[in-house]
Write a protein that binds this ligand. Structure first.
Ligand code: GDP
Length: 206
């Protein structure tokens, strides 16, 4: 039985104007292409169809929205780091993702999926910076941890924590062995339950 039995794909958007009403709570997922974001989404929600929707040709460069429960949504952000993307596509990704992260009032946090063998690089620092500007919760999944020895795992965990400072949680995660699954689910639950910055009366973003 899925922990989100009523989860369903809502829609894909190419601009912020197409998003559903800015109400309830959203949690976003981002990651370099091939980092394991779809596998993480599947494992976290126990709904294979969710991540499959995001991989449908034509949808990979869009923000894909899923409703987990009424007023609780996941926003699967377009992947980045493809080998040969034209500059215009990279610019569109940056414009779309940056403006979404900075202006979406119902957004409560970002899950960043990072291949544990690569660690945090320039794009991840950029994404972390966008969340930091409006004190948005950040949770980093160091994915495919089954490919590392325990000692390599500890090293990348420490290095990532150093890189991100106090900003955000960092954990090892494997969709294959399920290492870190409960910790990740708890972090997701937390983000979905907490009131959003907008609800807490923070100054509106932007
Ligand atoms: P996405 O492009 O970020 O959505 O990545 P996918 O979830 O499609 O995963 C990319 C590749 O990494 C696939 O071949 C997966 O089978 C593999 N992969 C994903 N998660 C894990 C994991 O936890 N362990 C291992 N060993 N492989 C994984």
């Amino acid at each position: 039985m899925s922990i989100y039995p009523h989860a369903r794909f809502l829609l894909s958007v190419n601009s912020l104007g197409q998003l559903p009403p800015d109400a309830g709570v959203e949690v976003a997922f981002a990651g370099r292409s091939n980092a394991g974001k779809s596998s993480a989404l599947n494992a976290l929600t126990q709904r294979r169809a969710l991540a499959r929707s995001s991989k449908t040709p034509g949808r990979t460069q869009l923000i894909n929205l899923f409703e987990l429960e009424p007023q609780r949504r996941l926003a699967d952000l377009p992947g980045y780091g493809y080998a040969k993307v034209p500059a215009a596509m990279r610019a569109h990704w940056q414009e779309l993702v940056e403006s979404y992260l900075e202006s979406r009032a119902c957004l409560n946090g970002l899950f960043l999926v990072v291949d544990a063998r690569r660690g945090v690089q320039e794009e991840e620092c950029e994404l972390a910076g966008w969340t930091q500007r409006r004190a948005l919760a950040l949770h980093v999944l160091l994915s495919k941890s089954d490919k590392l020895t325990a000692s390599e795992g500890r090293t990348v965990l420490q290095a990532t924590r150093r890189q991100l400072g106090d900003h955000g949680g960092v954990q090892l995660f494997s969709a294959v062995t399920k290492q870190g699954l409960e910790e990740a689910r708890a972090a997701l639950r937390d983000m979905l339950q907490k009131s959003t910055p907008a609800e807490r009366g923070a100054a509106p973003p932007g």
